[in-house]
Ligand binder design. Sequence first.
Ligand code: ADP
Length: 175
Amino acid sequence: MHKAIKIKTGDITKEKVCAIVNAANSSLMGGGGVDGAIHRAGGHAILDACREIRNSRYPDGLPTGQAVATTAGAMDASYVIHTVGPVFGSCGSACETLLASCYTTSLNVALALGCRDIAFPAISTGIYGYPKEEAARIAYQSVKEFLEEGQKITVYFVFHNESDKTVFEKSIQGV
Ligand code: ADP
């Protein structure tokens, strides 16, 4: 395990890190799963900021694999980085590249904001249907390669329950 990668269970909205990542949808207008939890915990300031981003930069929605930052509102984190994971089965072999891009683009956004720590949920593994084992390998590999380039940031993978954490740990063995 790369020493700057930490794996834990919990509610990502409670993380005391510079940036938490939201598994958003392209509308940026909120949704279910972790997206709903983040908007509920952070309050209306997040939705206001997302509306502004839609109006100014992404009138057609945030493309899959891209990431943008907003305030974290009432949460302890300073920023929410919204990224849009691929819907499993909708993009063929490009899905893997798009999921990896969610992680690396979010990391670059966090570094540009001056963050030295970031927490990720298991992007695309809920409503978007990505197999957890495959998503784990892609997530871990993309983050590990990013860190091996010498970037200084601590990365937390936050799982909603113990069994998802166990699946992740098993899936990344040998990666
Ligand atoms: P997606 O639409 O990208 O699949 P989901 O929000 O449906 O996103 O699920 C992504 C992952 O986030 C799932 O593994 C889900 O269990 C997890 N999750 C949901 N709520 C939270 C939370 N509050 N903190 C951390 N992880 C969460």
